[in-house]
Design a protein around this ligand. Structure first.
Ligand code: PEP
Ligand code: MG
Length: 590
């Protein structure tokens, strides 16, 4: 009898939580090599025709995959659209054509050289998100190469409940695997923002990426346990390990059920005060899930996605139709729509084409500044027209990002007034009472919140940027991420000031940055006077669970204590002790 294979543990990056068990379905690292040979000058046209045919076929295959996905998940759809656009990109195809013609080489070699040039550019990029986009070029290359070589590009067909093990997965692969009901995904490559991660999270498939050499460690049919939260992968687990993880899985499922069972309960504090728990979304296709997690409304709809994907820039009609779709799904629940917040880390083609060449894009012409500038003014007006027209059909509020102070607020409101006049003249309906609010996400706005509160209808505190600009720490720079601290006393003071200004002016204030979705921080925000929290929908059940165990008076006492200390670490210690106290079972009377 052969020896049982020993248990092997590896840790990667857990990017989509959940525990799963299954047999390995190995997708070997692709061994396709691009054949290289020189051709006769007379054959150049034949090679070019082969290349164009393979591109057209690849385009068709992607269109087919997209057709199947369209109604299901908009983000997968857009990623595949981006791949189709790459198929026609001048930098890729144009360069390949040039190589074939200039060097008299075959189509595969020409394409490989064009891809290598692009890879070299990606390698030199510092931003980890953009660097990872290199894999997209590879996926596109591989598909065209397979078509050039007449090699099958049929769908992957793992058995249900398999754990897929791959070097990396293309978005098209990942989306198909979700349909095949696989139980988990693990890959050698990838980071938190890789497509495998994004799509796995959207479809709630446990996933671990960045395991480096897992495709060499695992053999097809090996039994695997993966923990998508901690990033642990166990190959050939012992009986004791399986029992341990089954227990953990049961615990997580029970916790999930407990949280889900609260879906329809109000987020009510013990003393009867209600907190509004709202969802942050990137598009109407995320609304069903948000409502399922118990969101009572949308606190932040980031409309940037409309500009970052798709072939054409969104016009008035696109905004109108997208908002109608949102209203239909919301069935009368409120939604706050943020006008486009592009620039810096949120790239759009029209901004790139403006070739701004800024030394500090985060401090440059971005967000509402673009809307007030020639580069973005017409797009902004088109968005406002579409949104205002949609406001005739349901409860939406408009929110403007990155407002630095009163002058910008007045400038934006003047444009809204102008559009309202335009619509009235054309006899087009809109909500005359539509609420206009602003994001408070820089210290200049927080420090003048009392002034701003007199001229707008609501505030939403964007703590992601507020922390970035207060601490002078780039929110996507890993070298200084240790300074990115939501519980720093400066941040708590600013949030407290904004809450106080809103209370004095009697206008609502929401926190919509990531910190709103951290249960322990939610307690602090409530203590500071915040009553509306908007977050990733998946965080809602846990935040609600904490809210239902606390009272306003406790949260205010917590803040009194927090104000006596000077560092984020000390604040964290106080808040942790508080969380422990509210979750501990009551002491028996002695
Ligand atoms: C924020 O800055 O906190 C925010 C919610 O906006 P975004 O993350 O989209 O910049
Ligand atoms: Mg922001």
């Amino acid at each position: 009898m052969s020896e049982p294979r020993p248990e092997i543990r590896r840790t990667g990056l857990g990017v989509s939580p959940g525990i799963s068990f299954g047999r390995a379905y190995l997708i070997g690292r692709d061994t396709l090599k691009a054949p290289r040979h020189h051709i006769e000058p007379d054959d150049v046209d034949t090679e070019l025709a082969r290349l164009h045919k393979a591109i057209a076929l690849s385009d068709k295959q992607l269109a087919k995959i997209k057709e199947k996905l369209a109604s299901e998940n908009e983000s997968d759809y857009h990623i595949i659209t981006a791949h189709q656009m790459m198929l026609h990109d001048e930098h890729l195809v144009g360069a390949a054509v040039e190589y074939i013609k200039e060097n008299s080489i075959n189509a595969e070699w020409g394409l490989r050289r064009a891809v290598d040039d692009i890879r070299a550019v990606f390698d030199s990029i510092e931003d980890p998100y953009l660097r990872e986009r290199k894999s997209d070029v590879e996926f596109v290359f591989e598909r065209v190469l397979r078509n050039l070589l007449g090699r099958e590009t049929g769908p992957l067909a793992p058995p249900p409940d398999a754990v897929v093990v791959a070097y990396d997965l293309s978005p098209a692969d990942t989306a198909q695997l979700h349909k095949a009901a696989v139980s988990g995904l693990i890959t050698d490559a990838g980071g938190k923002t890789s497509h495998t991660a994004i799509i796995a999270r959207a479809h709630e498939i446990p996933a671990v990426v960045g395991l480096e050499d897992i495709t060499e460690v695992v053999e097809t049919d090996d039994f695997l346990v993966i923990d998508g939260a901690t990033g642990v992968v166990i190959v050939n687990p012992s009986a004791a390990t399986v029992a341990e993880y089954r227990e953990e899985q049961r615990r997580q499922v029970a916790a999930g059920m407990h949280l889900h069972s609260m879906k329809d309960l109000p987020a009510r504090l013990r003393d009867g005060v209600d907190i509004q728990l709202l969802a942050n979304i990137d598009g109407p296709d995320e609304i069903d899930a948000a409502l399922d997690y118990g969101a009572v409304g949308i606190g932040l709809y980031r409309t940037e996605y409309l500009y970052m994907t798709g072939e054409a820039l969104p016009d008035e009609e696109k905004h109108y139709q997208t908002t109608l779709k949102l209203l239909e799904k919301m069935k009368g629940r409120p939604a706050t729509i943020r006008t486009f917040d592009l620039g810096a880390d949120k790239l759009a083609k029209f901004v790139e084409e403006a070739d701004l060449d800024e030394a500090n894009p985060a401090l440059g012409l971005r967000s509402v500044r673009l809307c007030l500038n020639d580069i973005g003014r017409e797009l902004f007006r088109a968005q406002l027209r579409g949104l205002l027209r949609a406001s005739a059909h349901g409860p939406i509020k408009l929110m403007f990002p990155m407002i630095s102070g009163i002058s910008e607020l007045r400038a934006v409101k003047a444009i809204v007034d102008d559009i309202k006049i335009e619509l009235r003249t054309k006899g087009q309906d809109f909500d005359e009472q539509i609420k206009l609010g602003i994001m408070i996400e820089m210290p200049s706005a927080a420090l003048t919140a009392d002034l701003l509160s007199r001229e707008c209808d609501f505030f939403s505190i964007g703590t992601n940027d507020l922390i970035q600009y207060t601490m002078a720490v780039d929110r996507v720079n890993e070298y200084v991420s240790y300074l990115y601290e939501p519980l720093h006393p400066s941040i708590l003071r600013l949030v407290g000031m904004v809450a106080e200004a809103a209370r004095a002016a009697n206008i609502p204030v929401t926190v919509c940055g990531e910190m709103a979705g951290e249960p322990m921080i939610a307690a602090v925000l409530i203590g500071l006077g915040i009553r509306e929290l908007s977050m990733s929908a998946v965080s809602i059940p846990e935040v609600k669970d904490v809210i239902r165990q606390m009272a306003v008076a406790d949260a205010e006492r917590l803040i009194t204590k927090v104000k006596t200390v000077s560092t984020a670490a000390e604040v964290r210690a106080i808040v942790s002790a508080y969380m422990f106290a509210i979750s501990a079972p009551p002491k028996k009377p002695s």
